[in-house]
Design a protein. Structure first.
Length: 138
């Protein structure tokens, strides 16, 4: 999140979720666990290389830049848009990947109730509505 402090926007990290239902445990795929381990090794190396210049305030965070500062909140969305453009893919919002994920889970036989929990929806109807005899994800 960015907040205006003394007339300038600053990135501010929070260790709490917006709502209690946002705080949930999701399965960690092996590939993601391996990527996180590689990222930690890279960050450890950056700390070593940067020495006293490295910002240690966010050592427990994943999304930091090469010198340990928090990434700007829109960084991932901006990079995602660049990736789509570079590969001549149709523009979608980064948030739309939630819907793609849910559709893929449904197509692969994951029960709607599990998808609801994965997405963090408190109401089943938020996740799916029946239209024309088929289930559509929202």
């Amino acid at each position: 999140m960015e907040q205006k402090v003394d007339g300038k926007y600053q990135t501010v990290g929070h260790d709490k979720m917006k709502t209690e239902s946002s705080n949930r445990i999701l399965p960690l795929m092996k590939e993601v666990a391996m990527a996180l381990r590689r990222l930690k090794l890279h960050q450890d190396e950056q700390r070593r290389l940067c020495g006293n210049s490295y910002v240690h305030e966010y050592d427990d965070y994943v999304c930091v830049n090469e010198i340990g500062q928090l990434l700007r909140p829109n960084y991932i969305s901006a990079k995602f848009s660049e990736l789509l453009k570079e590969n001549s893919l149709k523009h979608i919002r980064y948030h739309d990947l939630r819907h793609s994920c849910a559709s893929l889970l449904l197509a692969n036989g994951v029960p709607m109730k599990e998808i609801q929990e994965w997405l963090g929806h408190s109401n089943y109807r938020t996740t799916a509505t029946a239209q024309n005899g088929r289930t559509e994800l929202k």
